[in-house]
Design a binder for this molecule. Structure first.
Ligand code: SAM
Ligand code: SF4
Ligand code: SF4
Length: 386
């Protein structure tokens, strides 16, 4: 058993260099593979969702993601030439789309810190799925710059945003972002996104037991009936710098129970295969879902594994392809792109990498000893995005 009174230990390791990336070029020699949008991995999971991290920097220091002790003024962020350019990102995204990707999520770090992000969105917005449909393009942000940027993002072709917000109480919020950022500015960003038509908006609240669980009900009350979908995320053991402990995880079933005790809920069907959130609708007096009251979601990445239909790939800021949020190694696509690999070579390499995918960390976590599950050497969330 982990001792709940034990001090938090934050290991000082730079997770970006935990292991050398596998050169994607190693997959070029494999037999040529085309793209028909139907590729599946070794567990028969299709490739549908690409998450692209556009920066490893952030103006917040959320303790569960970029703790100040590690991400201090001496921390070495990636130099600009290490970052994929917008053209490189678009070229890689095009290949993923040929393999069946339908949804692209821009993330980070804080994606709105990347200069000229609208230009990347413009380039991605013209891509079409294998069925000839526009991509679903979305962005996850801490909301700090949204009030200023919402309109331009919408005009560039962004469809919707997910805003991270861990509480409404200003003191709690300031202490969780750890840079004293006021909650009012994020709420103004959410309003601006709504006015700009960047919806349906989702709000992600990471719940840490003993830190912000008392904010669950005020958040539910505040966003009920607004058209905004509030999602509660179990605090995860991503990376190795957040000193994660199981006793700080509040299971999603407790969140649902708490809300249900005041605002009755009814479980809803998943909206799409591979959906990370379990959906609960607010009920009317007869116990039926009242659509005008809306819904919430719970993401139980710790207590209820959902790897079975995980269709998500992640592209890091410097062009490493990760097949799982908890992966310890990526595949180097940047070198391939910068060596002017032909389109068919890129298609073949990415196809072979996905076809060989076996990752299902969350499912395996439950089988691990608690210490083993916190001690693994994994990549940071701020590096590959959520
Ligand atoms: N900076 C942006 C933001 O905060 O929305 C985008 C990047 S952030 C890494 C993406 C999402 O990951 C956020 O919703 C954040 O709350 C979530 N996240 C980060 N660390 C987490 C952890 N240890 N457990 C659960 N969620 C986490
Ligand atoms: Fe920054 Fe988002 Fe991580 Fe918070 S969760 S430190 S806002 S990247
Ligand atoms: Fe997907 Fe990995 Fe999360 Fe499982 S643990 S759902 S494979 S990202």
């Amino acid at each position: 058993m982990t001792d709940p009174t034990a001090p938090r230990v934050v290991p000082l390791i730079d997770q970006r260099s935990i292991s050398l990336p596998t050169p994607a070029a190693a997959f070029l020699a494999a037999s040529r593979l085309g793209a028909n949008g139907l590729i599946t991995d070794s567990l028969q999971r299709p490739l549908r969702d690409l998450r692209i991290s556009v920066t490893d920097r952030c103006n917040f220091r959320c303790n569960y993601c970029m703790p100040k002790e590690i991400f201090d003024k001496d921390y070495k962020y990636l130099p600009h030439n290490a970052l994929l350019s917008f053209e490189e990102i678009t070229r890689i995204a095009k290949v993923f789309v040929a393999h069946g990707v339908q949804k692209i999520r821009l993330t980070g770090g804080e994606p709105l810190l990347r200069k000229g992000l609208e230009h990347l969105i413009e380039q991605l917005a013209v891509l079409r799925t294998v069925e000839g449909l526009p991509l679903d393009i979305t962005l996850t942000t801490n909301g700090s710059l949204l009030a200023r940027k919402a309109r331009d993002l919408k005009a560039a072709g962004l469809q919707r945003v997910t805003v991270s917000l861990d509480g409404l109480d200003d003191a709690v919020f300031r202490s969780m972002n750890d840079v004293d950022f006021p909650v009012a500015d994020v709420l103004a960003g959410i309003d601006a996104a709504q006015s700009a038509g960047l919806g349906p908006i989702k709000i992600n609240m990471v719940v840490k037991r003993g830190t912000n669980e008392h904010e669950i009900l005020p958040m539910a009350r505040r966003f009920q009936g607004t058209g905004i979908v509030l999602r509660f995320i179990e605090y995860m053991d991503v990376g190795a710098t957040n000193g994660w402990r199981m006793n700080e995880v509040l299971p999603s079933r407790d969140v649902v129970q708490l809300i249900h005790s005041e605002l009755p809920l009814v479980q809803l069907d998943p909206s799409s295969p591979g959906e990370t959130a379990e959906r609960w609708g607010y009920a009317d007096a007869s116990g039926q879902h009242d659509k005008t009251l809306g819904e919430i979601g719970v993401i139980s990445s710790v207590t209820q594994a959902f790897c079975g239909d995980c269709n998500r790939a992640r592209l890091s800021t410097e062009g490493q392809l990760y097949l799982c949020l908890f992966a310890s190694k990526g595949y180097d696509l940047r070198t391939l792109v910068r060596q002017d690999a032909a389109d068919h070579d890129l298609i073949s390499a990415i196809g072979h990498i996905w076809a060989g995918r076996t990752d299902r960390y969350s499912e395996l976590r439950s089988a691990m000893a608690p210490d083993a599950s916190t001690g693994g050497r994994r990549v940071e969330m701020s590096y590959i995005g959520g």
